[in-house]
Design a binder for this molecule. Sequence first.
Ligand code: PHE
Ligand code: NA
Length: 457
Amino acid sequence: MEKRAQWGTRVGFLLAAMGSAIGLGNIWRFPATAYESGGGAFIVPYLFALLTAGIPLLILEYTIGHKYRGSAPKSFGRVSKGFEWIGWWQVTVAFVISTYYSVIIAWAIMYSFYSINLTWGDDPTSFFVGDFLTLVDPGDFGGIVPKILLPLLIVWVITLGVLSKGIKKGIEVANKIFIPSLVILFLIIVIRAVTLEGASDGLSSFFTPDWSQIGDPQVWVAAYGQIFFSLSIAFAIMITYASYLPKKSDITNNAFITGFANSSFEILAGIGVFAAIGFMAFQYDTTVGELAAEKGVGGIGLAFMVFPEIVNQIPGLPGLFGFLFFASLVLAGLSSLISITETYVAAVSEKFNLSRVKAVVFGGGLAAILSLFYATQGGLSLLDTVDHFINNFGVALAGLFEVVALTWFAKGLKGYQSHANSVSDIALGFWWRFCLGVITPLVLGYMMLQNLRAEIS
Ligand code: PHE
Ligand code: NA
């Protein structure tokens, strides 16, 4: 049997797992979700979701990958022949996400360069103006100058280049560069943001708890949804990454470290984003609440419309602030894109006995071609629609299939518990099984029903 590729160091694995987890979800999804779901009070459902579902599931996924040493379909197939399709479901969801995640990173690359001279102008809606979203700008050089095309090409060349170099020389090396750089860039942004005038108003709107929301089931659903997305759970990623762990690896401890690192970055992002929004409110002589209601504080709108507007008004070196912000999006995004793409590269190469490079060319090449569809004017609404269905159904279902299959059927959780305990310092027990076997399936089932109901009404 061919020897399976392995991470070179424990830190290498941890940085790769953090690189996957820390992404656009931390920077533009968490701050908005927390703000809209009780502010400071959101910490209660959020921590509850992290401890009852996030970390327990991460431990389970690490265990499955480590024990069965295969891509997601292969590992699920080794749990039980009948479960291979769950792995393929997850890999498919990951594939679809990679087709538009790559486009968002390409926009961030363009904006990093636009920042330098604030070339986006004064009109925050310029992002939606056709010219920017067209593949080529017909006005320039007889219609042959690529706009989004070049940055998109760069995104895919980096991602596929890293993946073709393999686990240790590719993914591990890339994350060892990306993640420390990301943390440094982001810290600079946050420090600048909190020293802006009005920052404290932003922070107090973000942190002031609205306890009345704690009773709302939707807030709990939002907390679980955030944790799942943010920790890259049920996307086949963590199983794949853990399949390259050496035999002696502290699974449980690694899961806690990944989980807490991701959440710390999320809270840091909340501080940076809301300090900046407080500054903007101060400039406009309005309140954070009104500004948030008018402009929105998350997603593509936050990054490509609200942020440029904030950057325009920053006193002293606005271009640098903008550049650092968009460069952080690029670094956070790329390390996540690498991880999603690896899921199908690994799955395809194992299933069809292809070399890694061939799997990269076929799988990644197809995703790269499909990504072109989002990079146009019409693509933006396509992106919203696909993202909506993937988030509300693809991922929730993938998680539900996974926990139900692994906890209620096949061999049950006891075997995984002893596998994890045999290599870990922290011992798992009844609580771990209870969280996975009872709490998580109930929450995910409820989430599915809620999402379905919202769809129908
Ligand atoms: N966890 C990443 C984030 O927070 C998102 C992601 C989801 C990355 C799925 C890869 C796959 O942005
Ligand atoms: Na995340």
